[in-house]
Design a protein. Structure first.
Ligand code: UDP
Ligand code: MG
Length: 316
């Protein structure tokens, strides 16, 4: 049993962490190869996501020194999810299993052994799950937790505290290739693939060096994309909301008619203004939500390529 493992690492301006990451990953792969757990053809595949620093020359250098390092150079920056997909799709033809991992060593490299064990035990997908969020700021923990809650409430199946550290078998990768959506939210799509899944817990560390490429604004838009690409429930809520408001207005109408019949005066322009504003606001909000989905349809129908590859460095 010696299957080929590819570790896929998307990199955007990661020159500061690459030397250490490559060293640690090679160490891991060497030990697995020496133990006879994985094939000698296993590789560490760095995907350069249009970095502006020396990331790609570094990857070229690593590849020239040691064939265990492979590289994919994208035509430009396409974002984490697309870069990851480019790597996984490149690895698909060459590997039996692929592990996706961040470049900044936040994902514990030592969890690889357990993932590979689960793969041999019959799992097609193994999710890396954070055992705790102790190292996160309160704000990040709070927003992350809220996000998973909302996702589950909306009926999108996501694995709690799992980001993009996971193992996928060739079969699962082939399944992933069938999902053609331009707007990619991998951690929502992967559970849809099915097959046998397992989880491995790991302690998520701090970024080894450099800065997070996910500032708050990007994080929020990522969350929004995730929700609208996985669930249409918000549209249904609007229908419910409209129905509720209609009911309330009927009750109001009946009350006023009764009051009028009893000879009481029905007071106030203030209530009229309030309801006009309230309804106006709700209508705009609803249009906005529907607009999000229409925008999504617009982008999906164009079916633009999710990534373009400039160069692949990989020795068979
Ligand atoms: N990344 C990428 N393209 C981008 C942004 C990020 O390939 O446009 C990579 C980045 O190099 C890293 C991973 O995605 O390997 C996760 O990014 P980061 O660690 O900055 O995110 P955080 O851990 O702060 O959420
Ligand atoms: Mg990180």
């Amino acid at each position: 049993m010696k299957d080929i493992l590819y570790i896929v690492v998307p990199c955007y301006n990661e020159e500061e962490v690459l030397p250490e990451t490559s060293r640690r990953l090679k160490e891991k792969l060497d030990s697995l190869m020496a133990a006879g757990t994985i094939s000698e053809k296993s590789r560490i595949l760095f995907v350069n996501d249009g970095s502006k620093d020396k990331t790609w020359p570094l990857i070229e250098g690593l590849h020239a020194q040691d064939p265990v390092f492979s590289g994919v150079d994208l035509s430009r920056n396409r974002g984490h999810q697309n870069a990851l997909l480019a790597g996984l799709m490149t690895a698909r033809d060459k590997c039996d299993m692929a592990i996706s991992m961040d470049a900044d060593l936040q994902d514990d490299v030592d969890a690889v052994d357990a993932m590979v064990d689960k793969y041999y035990a019959g799992c097609d997908i193994v999710y890396g799950v954070r055992s705790s969020r102790k190292k996160d700021t309160f704000f990040k923990r709070f927003t992350a937790e809220g996000f998973y809650r909302v996702m589950n409430f909306l009926g999108a199946e996501t694995v709690f505290n799992h980001a993009d550290y996971r193992l996928m078998s060739k079969r699962a990768l082939e399944g992933l290739a069938e999902f053609k959506e331009v707007n990619l939210f991998l951690r929502g799509i992967v559970p849809m693939i099915g097959y046998t899944a397992g989880t491995v817990e790991y302690e998520r560390g701090e970024r080894f060096a450099g800065e997070s490429k996910y500032p708050l604004k990007k994080m929020l838009s990522f969350a929004m994309e995730g929700i609208t690409s996985l669930s249409t429930k918000p549209i249904r809520f609007i229908t419910g909301l409209g129905f509720l408001i209609f009911l309330i207005s009927i009750i109001m109408l009946i009350t006023f008619v009764v009051k009028w019949a009893l000879g009481m005066t029905v007071a106030g322009w203030a209530s009229v203004i309030c309801s006009v504003w309230a309804i106006g606001g709700l209508i705009l909000l609803s249009l906005g939500v529907i607009g999000e989905y229409i925008g999504k349809i617009y982008l999906e129908t164009k079916a633009r390529p999710r990534f373009l590859i400039r160069e692949v460095l990989d020795d068979e």
